[in-house]
Design a protein around this ligand. Structure first.
Ligand code: M6R
Length: 608
């Protein structure tokens, strides 16, 4: 969850590290810190501050300016509150070694007890500080930072990305990873180590993926990767396709707003190359698995889980293959029944969500093949899956997932259609019709975004509501769940999504005079259209203030109606989610919340 950067090269490390930390702040933002090396033997320069990165920046002085190597960290607290002392880097007792860490060291209590017996004094409540002391003890014996890191990693339990520098080897940065991300950015006469590529794409597009339990040593011209026994191993090179500009705010007030408006382009990118001129669906990733599939299990967390719930409807209806969708965090601790004919699809924007990664490993151990829908190249889930369907949303910086979600849903529709083509469960004409519907989505999303101002104004009128309910049926139900999640995450309001049919089984008791209820209506031709209209009447009769999202086929006598373009019923949630995103965004702005970095959250949930 924390952001990690290491830089060594000819440019001033201070500005390089701070610049990268700005790009990484979305990963965690309750404190930040840096450590820079000086000339050999000179003291490390360390600065760290609780709060946002700007607090650290104000604490920096000009004596930080000429270092050529350094490490930086933005934190999402796990062990110990967000204070100056608990901020990373953590420094060894002799002041010679600085360490930053993402993850959790599960055996830190026993390590701490051992280190205290050896005379080390601890100045923080973190699990990470033990690593700094252990590392310096090993470094003092071997005088080799990478060797010390290998020895220390063997003693650690849990998950970690670690970076360390030492005042005795000023140009060297050493990194290690286990179940937590670390990528190497390869520059000319400079190298980077980072928790994700957005930290360095402004400087280089060439990168290396590090494998599990690998240690990397970088200096300006050398990158050396080994396993924990010191055996040299080769890391997998890859080129980053993201544009550095895509990770900038580019004139928008918030990244989230920019990312909402990027959705038409993102969907087009997901669909690029997926259909031949004669309307054949192309999915070489799935074809490469060469599977006889009798069941699909989708695993994901948060918003990505909602993508899975939405995808289930199309996969089952079009391809006639049974689909289950499960929270990765639940699945990983179960003993489920999977066979070699089960295709497990994991969905993750970051490709680093710990629960999803562990669920994918669990599924593999149980004999299933894994396909991931992933947005981030070089990420752990992408690397460990049997095949990867890249969603090509581009960098998503706001903590709230928007364009990642729509592209995940679109990817699932492509997969559903590909399976239907293989199973011959849809005719060529039916497939061609759905392809046309999919290709029309970017323009339809654009149309919604062009007419979004009245929705924004209307949302501000609800800013003092204490609770908002979302109702939907069929694909509208997971869309309702997503609308509620977005609102909780951004507006810090009570919000819940319900299936329309469940209303009378309890949730209707929540309706009071004026309660805002957002109802997602299917096209009028749908079998559930009248059911949703009845639900609207039921909540209105009890005082609800209904906001309906519907296409033009349903006449509505309501004060608040948000019209979306018409489309295939199974694709409609893609369009309905856009106003829900705008609603949550605007509500957060109206309530004065930090839209891009909502409280207590972080973009990549790389710990349990
Ligand atoms: O990176 P992932 O797609 O695996 O992330 C999964 C969830 O943590 C993520 O979707 C989260 O729910 C979002 N912050 C919601 O907006």
């Amino acid at each position: 969850m924390c952001g990690i950067i290491g830089y060594t090269g000819a440019s001033p490390a201070l500005s390089m590290v701070i610049d990268s930390l700005r790009k990484l702040e979305y990963r965690g933002y309750d404190s930040a810190g840096i450590a820079l090396t000086g000339k050999a033997g000179e003291k490390l320069i360390v600065a760290k501050r609780a709060g946002k990165l700007s607090n650290l920046e104000s604490a920096l002085t000009s004596d930080h300016a000429d270092s050529l190597s350094g490490i930086g960290h933005t934190r999402w607290a796990t062990h110990g509150g967000p204070t100056d002392e608990n901020a990373h880097p953590h420094i060894s007792s002799d002041g010679k070694v600085a360490v930053i860490h993402n993850g959790i060291i599960e055996n830190y209590i026993e390590l701490k007890a051992e280190l205290e017996k050896r005379g080390h004094k601890f100045s923080s409540q973190t699990d990470t500080e033990s690593v700094a002391h252990l590392l310096s003890d090993e470094f003092n014996l071997s005088k080799d930072l990478a060797d010390a890191m290998r020895k220390v990693c063997k003693r650690l339990r849990g998950s970690f990305t670690l970076l360390a520098i030492s005042s005795d080897s000023p140009e060297v940065i050493v990194g290690a990873r286990r179940n937590s991300p670390l990528v190497v950015g390869l520059g000319r006469g400079e190298n980077f180590l980072a928790s994700d590529v957005s930290a360095f794409i402004a400087h280089t597009k060439s990168a290396l993926e590090l494998g599990q339990d690998q240690v990397v040593q970088v200096s300006p011209d050398v990158v050396l990767v080994t396993d924990l026994d010191g055996k040299q191993v080769s890391a997998k090179p890859f080129e980053i396709t993201w544009d550095a500009k895509a990770a900038e705010r580019g004139g928008y007030t918030h990244f989230m707003l920019k990312e909402i408006f990027e959705q038409p382009k993102a969907i087009s990118e997901t669909l690029l190359g997926r259909f031949s001129n004669d309307s054949k669906v192309i999915c070489s990733e799935l074809a490469s698995l060469n599977l006889d599939i009798d069941r699909i299990l989708i695993l994901a967390c948060g918003t990505a889980y909602h993508a899975g719930l939405i995808g289930k409807y199309a996969i089952e209806q079009w391809s006639k293959i049974a689909v289950d969708v499960e929270l990765a965090s639940e699945f990983r601790y179960r003993k489920p029944f999977l066979t070699a004919k089960t295709l497990v699809i994991t969905i993750s924007q970051s490709g680093e969500t710990m629960d999803t990664l562990m669920a994918a490993r669990h599924a593999k151990e149980l004999g299933a093949a894994t396909l991931s829908i992933c947005n981030t190249m070089g990420s752990s889930i992408a690397r460990e899956s049997d095949a990867v369907f890249y969603s090509h949303a581009g960098p998503e910086i706001a903590v709230a997932s928007t364009k990642a979600l729509l592209t995940q849903i679109v990817a699932l529709k492509v997969i559903a259609l590909y399976l239907a083509q293989n199973n011959k469960s849809l005719s060529s004409a039916q497939i061609a019709k759905i392809i046309a519907e999919l290709l029309a989505l970017p323009n339809k999303v654009e149309e919604i975004l062009e007419t979004v101002e009245p929705l924004r104004a209307m949302t501000r009128g609800f800013k003092d509501a204490t609770s908002v309910l979302f109702l939907g049926r069929n694909v509208g139900y997971p869309a309702a769940l997503e609308g509620a999640l977005k609102l909780k995450e951004l507006a810090y309001m009570h919000a819940e999504g319900f299936a329309g049919g469940e209303l009378k089984h309890g949730p209707i008791a929540l309706i009071e005079e004026g309660t805002p209820v957002i109802a997602i209506l299917p096209p009028a031709s749908s079998a559930i259209s009248e059911k949703m209209l009845s639900n609207i009447q039921e909540v209105r009769a009890r005082g609800a203030n209904v906001i309906a999202i519907a296409d033009a086929s349903t006449p509505l006598d309501l004060k608040h109606v948000i019209r979306i373009p018409s489309c295939d019923e199974l694709l409609q949630s893609i369009l309905a989610i856009v106003p829900l995103q705008v609603f949550a965004y605007e509500m957060a702005v109206a309530r004065g919340n930090d839209v891009d970095q909502p409280r207590n959250l972080a973009k990549s949930v790389t710990v349990e």
